[in-house]
Design a protein. Sequence first.
Lengths: 505, 505, 505, 505
Amino acid sequence: NAVLPIEYHEQRIMEDVTGAQLIAEALKAQKVEYMFGIVGVPVIEVAMAAQASGIKYVGMHNEQAACYAASAVGYLTGRPVIVIGGSSDQKQETTGAFQEFPQVEACRLYSKFSARPSSLDMISSVVEKVYMFDQFFPIYFVREVPCCPPPPVSMADHMAITEALAVLKGAKRPLLIIGKGAAHGRAEGALRELVEGCGLPFLPTPMGKGVLPDDHPNCVAAARSRALLQSDVVVLLGARLNWILHFGLPPRFDPHVKVIQVDLCAEEMGNNVQPAAALLGDVNAIVKQLLEYVHKDGWKYPADTEWWTTLKEKMAANATMTKALALQSTTPMNYYQVFHHISQLLPHDCVIVSEGANTMDIGRTMLNNYLPRHRQGMPPHTQVKGQIHQVSCTFSLYKLPVVIIVVNNNGIYSGVDSETWEMMGKMGDLTTVAPPVTLLPEARYDEVMNAFGGRGFLVRTEEELRSALQLSLSDWERPSLLNVLIDPSSDRKQQEFPWLTRSNL
Amino acid sequence: NAVLPIEYHEQRIMEDVTGAQLIAEALKAQKVEYMFGIVGVPVIEVAMAAQASGIKYVGMHNEQAACYAASAVGYLTGRPVIVIGGSSDQKQETTGAFQEFPQVEACRLYSKFSARPSSLDMISSVVEKVYMFDQFFPIYFVREVPCCPPPPVSMADHMAITEALAVLKGAKRPLLIIGKGAAHGRAEGALRELVEGCGLPFLPTPMGKGVLPDDHPNCVAAARSRALLQSDVVVLLGARLNWILHFGLPPRFDPHVKVIQVDLCAEEMGNNVQPAAALLGDVNAIVKQLLEYVHKDGWKYPADTEWWTTLKEKMAANATMTKALALQSTTPMNYYQVFHHISQLLPHDCVIVSEGANTMDIGRTMLNNYLPRHRQGMPPHTQVKGQIHQVSCTFSLYKLPVVIIVVNNNGIYSGVDSETWEMMGKMGDLTTVAPPVTLLPEARYDEVMNAFGGRGFLVRTEEELRSALQLSLSDWERPSLLNVLIDPSSDRKQQEFPWLTRSNL
Amino acid sequence: NAVLPIEYHEQRIMEDVTGAQLIAEALKAQKVEYMFGIVGVPVIEVAMAAQASGIKYVGMHNEQAACYAASAVGYLTGRPVIVIGGSSDQKQETTGAFQEFPQVEACRLYSKFSARPSSLDMISSVVEKVYMFDQFFPIYFVREVPCCPPPPVSMADHMAITEALAVLKGAKRPLLIIGKGAAHGRAEGALRELVEGCGLPFLPTPMGKGVLPDDHPNCVAAARSRALLQSDVVVLLGARLNWILHFGLPPRFDPHVKVIQVDLCAEEMGNNVQPAAALLGDVNAIVKQLLEYVHKDGWKYPADTEWWTTLKEKMAANATMTKALALQSTTPMNYYQVFHHISQLLPHDCVIVSEGANTMDIGRTMLNNYLPRHRQGMPPHTQVKGQIHQVSCTFSLYKLPVVIIVVNNNGIYSGVDSETWEMMGKMGDLTTVAPPVTLLPEARYDEVMNAFGGRGFLVRTEEELRSALQLSLSDWERPSLLNVLIDPSSDRKQQEFPWLTRSNL
Amino acid sequence: NAVLPIEYHEQRIMEDVTGAQLIAEALKAQKVEYMFGIVGVPVIEVAMAAQASGIKYVGMHNEQAACYAASAVGYLTGRPVIVIGGSSDQKQETTGAFQEFPQVEACRLYSKFSARPSSLDMISSVVEKVYMFDQFFPIYFVREVPCCPPPPVSMADHMAITEALAVLKGAKRPLLIIGKGAAHGRAEGALRELVEGCGLPFLPTPMGKGVLPDDHPNCVAAARSRALLQSDVVVLLGARLNWILHFGLPPRFDPHVKVIQVDLCAEEMGNNVQPAAALLGDVNAIVKQLLEYVHKDGWKYPADTEWWTTLKEKMAANATMTKALALQSTTPMNYYQVFHHISQLLPHDCVIVSEGANTMDIGRTMLNNYLPRHRQGMPPHTQVKGQIHQVSCTFSLYKLPVVIIVVNNNGIYSGVDSETWEMMGKMGDLTTVAPPVTLLPEARYDEVMNAFGGRGFLVRTEEELRSALQLSLSDWERPSLLNVLIDPSSDRKQQEFPWLTRSNL
């Protein structure tokens, strides 16, 4: 809840408090632990006051990166992200002041709540006047800001639960889809009980991975397209029928699929597909309500259905195909080889962050998550390769326990090898002849990490990959970066439906 | 839910369908019954198509008034208001086209959802092409739009209910505040059971009036200020601690008051005052949850407390003061006389709409509501007197069963009598000497009604008032207007706290 | 220039000055003469302070109407319109305060400049503190705000003038189009010299009417469509190629037409059609520049060209057709009869305001303007009939010298007669059977004017029209309204191109 | 002019043209030479089509950097920057599509013009239909888009010129301020004539540097504060009285200073200070108008005034102080030493780009510009150090002739040395103990450049600096980076008024 509840509490002397301190204290009172930022003239004092209040300050290299970092913390802790920006003095508005801009207005489209705190302003303007007139200004009431309580939880009403269960029990080919909302709602316990108790197949969305482990026997991620297409009853558990789930429409879904929608947000109900049952409320609370009913009659979806057979066959077939690619043992490596070895070495409790179309798509199927909220995405189309400098620098500065693995294909989507690149250079101005997707071949991202005191590895072979990764994972004193050179022409295996294809509405 | 759920359904021939018809059919499919508007070049066809689809069309005189009318229907039916606006052709954007404007963007701040329907656009552009190329264009799939289901209902979780009841049972001076959310949620049955079963005093907000009848013995509206100020536990039932309830803060509330907040909207929780218990969900469902628990132990707030004594004494004192004003029998009349007679004659099942500071304030206390959702407000600061022409004209045109009572004090807040006005006219240019609050003395609003075929009455005495009102109420064939001339200096009785006073934050 | 220049000037005692007074004084210092508004709780003091400062205050009935009135004054005086709105206290933002809304942001799309005056805020907050702390608060520097000078004038550069004249001199079928910018720039003297000196035909846009008199021998308004279509060189003088001029494109313009664009605004250059010459600057200054060059060589467009013959023949033909309609002498009258008599009786120095599709279209051709800036439009699609109450009331209140002529066809675009209306009433619910364009037949708008002390006339015949209009024009002590009942099926004569037709891009 | 003028021209076959090609061709027709971007799913085709049309494509690492690069080109060429963004399909709006967002609306506050090209949309949707229906779709009219002409130029009117000269000739202490507008208007020739012909002192703003050479004898930049404070007549030549010029107000300006304002933009006139004369129009054209008048009477400001004496004394004193710092010859170096050697070695025709508070402030005074438009700023508060990766990578990829000099003080504003840093690390978590302004000491930015095939130098001494810079300047085959380690506590010499100080309004 971004609106801070405010209460009159007690009085305090104002003379020795600055606006920056008041901001810092207000944040601390809200139990904020981390601040990410870039200091400069109008905000440097805020960062210092935050540190003085016991908030950890992490200096970043641009505002976008700071927001990504903060939203990662927000996802892990379930708390909203607050963006604090400097601005010109209110009294200088319309005068062409330094950084004059309607910040509150500009944030409207991007945020749930956007305001300029007039109460802090008032306080700081009073303080300012005290100094200005050099007279005694005894006391001033400041509103103490207690920490806001956790957001209230709501449940679905009984009728809707009954309807939903009637639909589910009538399903021939049921499918649970576990989304980010389930992770956010910490529904892992209840969901495990539902999945295992009722014997239902489930599919995680990218951000729902790990709520139940990816290697759970009921997880049908390896038959994703088939499961979506043929299911007759889909239960959306904090997942949404947007582009990630192909809008819930043909040709990716059965046109007659029945949807049971479990969501916190009333406005989401019926988007794109009208649900057969709409369960409004907290995912965890609602799964518990479902369990309560199911426990009464002990309903269970049979294990010996055609649906399970179909799904298992498809999963096996996909596994075989993936394995073949992963075991090719060529040099330069392909994506599947790389992910195969990474998946074998990664500890189960690590947080996995991925970006880049191929890396994300292949990684999603080959890198298992075992724990909830241990997977992070990044906003689409941020080029990770372009961010290596700043993450290397920040991670090294604060000695953060991070391993960066660059699956380096010399390009975006795909690149070229060094000889081709050299040849291109001879053909003319590279701005004219180099395909927009190419990057410098064999760029030494590992050296960038070294430049800031981290540990960089140049990796060309499977052996080098295993050894570098093991070394990195055994020493968390500083960050590591593996620059894994792969075949620039390596690609995903052929898909029935490519992931990012525009839907055929 | 403003986002229309969409489903592939069946095919139809497109040649003979226009965009206006598709809009009309889509609205009809959503069970829209009324359209209010002003026709003009880009929207005239939409109104005609709507009528052809069986939607009732009411022509208005300006857009603002059309929105008020639609939102009144929305309040009575519990359905969102949809605003449809014309615009220039998309292909003429940036060319200086007729009525070119970014309408979707301009509506962002004022609406829950704002969009330009690209799918209807597509359809109409295909139709257009058919005619353009004069060739057979056989069939086209149109998405049938079934009516969206009622919004899903959610309940509070059990823990929050328990907490709320613990707080309520510990109250010495409890107060239920019944707000618009209770009316919207149709919680009247459950609330009556709670109020009567537990013996609790209640106070309606302006839009909560009538959920329980204003003459219910537990209604403490006549001691409003006292009740707010001294209560130690307030239960907000779809009411919000905004300016209407003085932000829930001193000096209008006890600084230590505990708040139990029942609301549909998580973002509302803790605004201005942090609640002791937050019950998120549908007001009706949550009151039923509370009742379930209360029924178990039969808890009841005692009838013989000091709190009830205080409230009843204050109510009696206020009633005496009001009665004295109402029975003055002077001519010209004062506000209290006028409302006294109106309240005696109005049928219990009429819908009361009021506007104007004094009229609203005094009317709120003197005109009882007996049924839920039978009171309407109007947006603040629309001058009703300035709207008389358009409502007279519209009501007469459609022969609507409405009685308009103008409590005419010759001004806004207060006016002057005819002699004073004439004297002012002699003092100089009226734009310079007439106070901004004055209007033309004894303006003949009744004649305006006559001009459009309705029935106007000029009323100066109590007898004329009773007779004109009885006549109006006995014949609903056409609208009536009572132009009740009162003492221009008539005012409210002295208030402890004036209603609109800025809070003393 | 909406940004007020600010200067340190002298000191003054703050104790006895309110924010409203500071606003009033700031407006007065800017030589503001009129304020239009609706008073209510947050702005009543501003209106009173304005009157106290000598500003004339005109009370209106809604905000829209107040803005129209102010923009009319703005057009006549060449000064920008300032909209002042109340708002909740800054310190109550985000609390659900009365009329809390981001006003500055909401005005962004509608205004050139939008701000919340932080300096006045500061002042008033200091004043407020003085009272709050009840102590002596000696002196405070207030910025005196001198009246801003008239906006600076710029001229075209010499090269562009030369180019423009080369194009113009090469024209076979030249046409000057005189727009609102010429009226705004007070270019009437220079333009008369150009038109008469060079013997050029001209066409006014609706808001350019009267810059040169409509009965000027070189005015070709009566051959508008022909002139636009066949001209080979068009000189835009403060006129723009938007929908009013059909975007300057075929089929309404020659595809090879050369455009000489004279405009104050660089961003307007080349919109829709790339100009052969672009003259950036003040219309008056640039016409003078053109004259300077033309005077040197005495260039003149010949009077005996085929172009003049074409235009004059077309004008004569159109005049004959109009005259035939105007002299029909039937009862009920048609539009042309009504405008024929009005045009004969109107004094040459009256300001003409018109609205309503037919009224505007026919009035534009039949009612001549003889003086610059004596014609006003109204924003499209405001239904004048719906505004009669408020204008009657306001005009009567302030005894303004206005004659309102309602050309009453019982509808919008077209209505029905009383018998048809009655028949419809019997066919069922009027919201279902009455066409959206119909209004109450023979509504007595004249009685509405009477209700507020003005003078209303019901007019059915040519004689009644002449007599009522002569009476109205001979007594300016109070406003008059002529309710002229015409044949509900009266329409415009057939047009080659209907005015409002969507362009055929 | 961002609005592309459009003309019907000739027909072409549509079958083989894509939307991306149409965009590319439209850009090429507008003589666009460079495109900067990041490719990804929805825009990759646009980059490829642009290259195919002969536009140079430079791949960047984030959108912000791409915009900076484009705006640098815009500044050098005098043409507006166009931002092209991908978006979800219009028909997928409101469905939760990939990258669904109201882009046009979001850009409103940041751009002069913002639109979604409906005409290209139309074209591409027709193409799409061709494939969809698999039938012959013969021809389609496409509007050819000729290149828009250069923006028209306007001049001041004669009266304003006369007024301005009267004020200037009356000046005791005149000062010309040459701003970005003069650079943009290419006014260098005329300005040199004015400065030298009339013997006037001038001061460039940061972006006005080089319009006249910084070593011109009339340049008083070395006495900036004095010149601003004591001048009685300031001529603003495309410069604005915003924060850069301290709002033109005390204590940085004489409260009685008279301002002659020369600006392209009417809305800028009178901002903060009301001008004594306002010359609206193109800076170059207006300076020529001034010259025309001055030539007539041969007016000249005397060379032997007290004003020139004051300015020259102050300049000499400042030069002495700067020289003392520059010649300290310590290791580690200070800012002044570094800039001293750089200024000696830089060729006069290089483009200088600077960022970082100290670097910018000291560089502005110590690095001379000799040619117009050879200085570039960067938007405030972008941390250059954080961008080194991406510029190194981009510059290396395209082998651009750039020398990057990092004046490395281990921090933002100021850092710490390696020992202090190590000590801090032992004191606890660096997020808590490291000041927000510190960066990793002695970070190897030079190694980052090496990692991408450029040439990095680690520089600690004056000798190393000279040698590395000479090497870099003698070989333009690849970019170089000098990582110049300076004393982390090095700072600017004491200022009378610090540059970024908030003005004392």
